[in-house]
Design a protein around this ligand. Structure first.
Ligand code: ADP
Ligand code: MG
Length: 729
């Protein structure tokens, strides 16, 4: 008897939802109460210190020691009032998660008396003993340590009994070892480039920020079932499991009413999030059973990304209280929807204009067009980089692996806007415009807002879609830090805007009037980036051929995907814009391929273990029962009749034998392939070997296990089945 599985199911059956009480009827009463925001800063530090921190945030200035001391002491006072005993520098190492090392505020004076302290130097800089964070060779060659430095643009917060200070993480020689530092640099590059373009239209623009609204998709699994599935517990995805007879065919889960236990979980983590100033707003069921989404109101991208990482952490913690495990993996279940983290991305000015939203005047719309076509061209030029920035062992199942849409980067605009760009391309002459042409163009451009208003088509299959006032980078994986894609996107767009300005200025200098020069370069970008525009079904086979004809790359081989980080044009892009150096890119490449390889290695080990120690023994036991039964029939009916009576049983016995043999053989081969790969010295060679020769076994071994699941007595099957994982709650 498969006792673990049935015990787990019984536990789930007896679960009750936990009652969650709101701290108040109004969210605004407790919103941000655990954040050291500007209001609290004003309360706890002097006016002078407050002013310098605000200027530092706005202009990126350094904060001097004396001021840092004041901020630290104010922060400490506030944190202690929120029951914090410890503080930590909170950072985003390249593992994808967040990291922290707690220190108590405690110090002991000369007389052995304890007191609480927190000084500016401790706020500003820390040295985590960081030799075990991934560094891609950077710290082997130089100093073995890194340090963290305060990011004043993301406010400190109290989590549990710890004051958390968002920081960047850098090596002693100055190379970045995290996502935040280059993200801040990319935002800076984008700010400068965008402001320069905005000044064609409005001299009062002094700052442009990128915004991010990250829609987070996830699955929930009851914790008893999760722990009865070693593959889920160790790899976050099911490495086996036959499809449930019913899963998402009826599409009855999407937006349907949220199950009570789940709702109570959602309420609970949302309260925590709101206390931390994370503006969670939307919750709903997703397409697959037991799949859900949580979306915040968008914020400045650096803050929004910190908030996304923080909410993932909170979601994991709060889930345990409700006897759930939250799965952020991009494809926990074969054959049904995966999870993404749609990055809604836009740009806005300090004068209150969303640059990706058309306005009321042709002038505003022309500005909108510059940003639209520059973003489009950036995706066209740097598709390989964008793909590399979102690729992972998990996300490959949403990109180009079997049953996944192809790994082609394209942009969806919606039928009308797409047509509008085609029209503009035809309409804008390469030479001087006549007054009539000018009027006609003005009229056309003036129509954009109306076009967008009734442009309701939504293409769910596009990796990068324009949705009226923002782009939605949908290919981003649910488990990953959005830092990587944001760094790539911000830098690529910044670079494109700089080029736009340069080309336009050159025309102006040659005597073309400003308006016309702008339009001509818009036209040039429309036509140059045309191949990246795709309105059709991105999951269809037709698109594969079409994309190839258009010269768009479609890469799903892990090593090839990651090599984009080393491409000459990518290195130039990052170096020109001061975001990442060649050495930093090389280290990032190393880290990504190493992580990829390790994940496949773990999956392969777990599968081998389950196949040999759970599945084969179970199949043999059931087979023995059948053999006994056939023998019994033979005893009763004798040789002449038993064969006919036990025909079905004999077929099963044979089938089970075949599957067992295949599983055994393939598992041995996979182990050998792994051994061979592990011997390779260079990580890139290991990655290639794992991708080409280990990974395929995961699918082929699973095939036989899933077939056995259909044959073997349900009572004996040791692992919770898909129907149980997906429908129990
Ligand atoms: P849907 O699932 O229909 O795409 P949601 O409401 O789930 O929409 O999520 C939309 C996300 O886009 C939210 O996080 C929202 O704050 C964000 N968003 C809306 N407008 C902008 C904008 N101008 N810039 C960036 N993000 C935005
Ligand atoms: Mg949504």
């Amino acid at each position: 008897m498969a006792t673990t599985r049935f015990k787990a199911l019984e536990e789930v059956f007896n679960r009750k939802s936990i009652e969650v009480k709101f701290p108040s009827n109004k969210i605004s009463d407790y919103y941000g109460e655990n954040v050291f925001d500007s209001e609290k800063m004003r309360q706890y530090i002097s006016a002078e210190a407050y002013k310098s921190v605000m200027t530092a945030i706005e202009k990126g200035n350094r904060i001097d020691r004396k001021i840092a001391d004041q901020v630290a002491s104010g922060m400490k006072e506030w944190a202690i009032s929120k029951s914090a005993t410890h503080y930590t520098h909170w950072f985003h190492p390249l593992t994808g998660g967040t990291a922290e090392k707690h220190d108590a505020f405690l110090e002991i004076d000369k007389n052995g008396k304890p007191f609480e302290t927190f000084r500016g130097e401790l706020l500003a800089q820390q040295e985590p003993d960081a030799s075990s964070f991934p560094h891609g060779g950077l710290r082997n060659t130089f100093e073995a340590r890194g340090y963290t430095a305060w990011d004043p643009s993301s406010p400190a917060f109290v989590l549990g009994n710890t004051l958390c200070i968002p920081t960047i993480f850098i090596s002693y020689t100055g190379e970045t070892l995290d996502y935040k530092a280059p993200l801040l640099k990319s935002l800076n590059a984008l700010d400068k480039a965008a402001v320069d373009v905005c000044r064609y239209f409005d001299k009062n623009v002094n700052k442009v920020v990128a915004n991010l609204g990250a829609e987070q998709e996830y699955f929930l699994v009851d914790s008893a079932l999760y722990h009865a599935r070693p593959d889920l517990a160790l790899t976050q995805r099911t490495l086996m499991g036959h499809a449930s007879a019913k899963d998402q065919q009826l599409e009855d889960h999407y937006f349907s009413s949220i199950p009570e236990r789940v709702l109570s979980y959602m309420k609970d983590f949302e309260i925590e999030a709101h206390k931390l100033g994370i503006p969670v707003k939307t919750r709903h069921n997703e397409v697959a059973p037991n799949q859900f989404e949580c979306a915040p109101v968008f914020e400045e991208a650096n803050l929004a990304n910190d908030h996304n990482l923080l909410i993932m952490e909170i979601m994991r913690k709060v889930a345990h209280k409700h006897n759930f495990e939250v799965l952020f993996h991009e494809k926990p279940f074969a054959g049904i929807n995966g999870s993404g983290k749609h990055n809604n991305w836009s740009l806005s000015t300090d004068t209150g204009v969303n640059l990706l939203k058309p306005g009321k005047t042709p002038k505003k719309n022309t500005q909108f067009l510059i940003f639209l076509v520059s973003a489009m061209k950036a995706v066209y030029t740097h598709g390989d980089l964008l793909r590399a920035s979102i690729f992972s062992a998990g996300n490959q199942h949403r990109l180009g692996a079997n049953e996944a849409p192809p790994s082609i980067m394209s942009v969806f605009l919606g039928t009308q806007l797409n047509k509008m760009l085609d029209d503009l391309e035809k309409r804008i002459p390469n030479t001087k415009m006549t007054p009539d042409e000018k009027t006609a163009l003005k009229l056309d451009i003036g129509k954009i807002p109306e076009i967008l208003l009734d442009n309701t088509d939504r293409n769910r299959t596009s990796p990068f879609a324009f949705t009226g006032n923002r782009f939605e980078f949908r290919a981003v994986g649910s488990a990953e830090n959005s830092g990587a894609p944001l760094i790539a996107l911000n830098t690529a767009v910044a670079d494109q805007l700089i080029k736009f300005k340069k080309e336009t200025d050159a025309l102006i200098e040659s005597g073309v009037k400003k308006d016309e020069a702008i339009l001509q370069i818009i036209r040039k970008y429309i036509s140059e980036s045309k191949p990246v525009r795709f309105e059709g079904n991105g999951y269809g086979d037709k698109w594969l051929k079409e994309a190839k004809k258009r010269g768009l790359s479609n890469i799903s081989d892990a090593l090839e995907v990651y090599k984009a980080y080393l491409q000459k044009d990518v290195v130039k892009l990052f170096e020109d814009n001061n975001v990442l150096s060649k050495v930093e890119l090389e280290s990032r490449y190393e880290i990504r391929i190493e992580q990829y390889t390790k994940k496949i290695q773990i999956e392969s080990r777990v599968l081998a273990d389950l196949a040999m120690n759970h599945i084969i023994p179970t199949a043999v036991k059931y087979q023995n029962l059948l053999i006994e039964s056939v023998k019994g029939l033979k005893d009763i009916f004798g040789d002449s009749e038993y064969e006919k009576i036990s025909e079905g049983r004999i077929t099963f016995i044979k089938k089970i034998s075949e599957h067992i043999t295949s599983i055994n053989k393939k598992t041995n081969e996979m182990v050998e392939a792994r051994k061979k790969a592990n011997k390779l010295k260079k990580c890139s060679e290991r990655t290639k070997e794992y991708f080409d020769n280990v990974q395929p076994y995961l699918e082929s071994i699973r095939y036989h296990i899933d077939k056995l699941e259909l044959i073997v007595d349900d009572e004996m099957w040791p692992l919770p089945k898909y129907r149980e994982l997906l429908f129990s709650r």
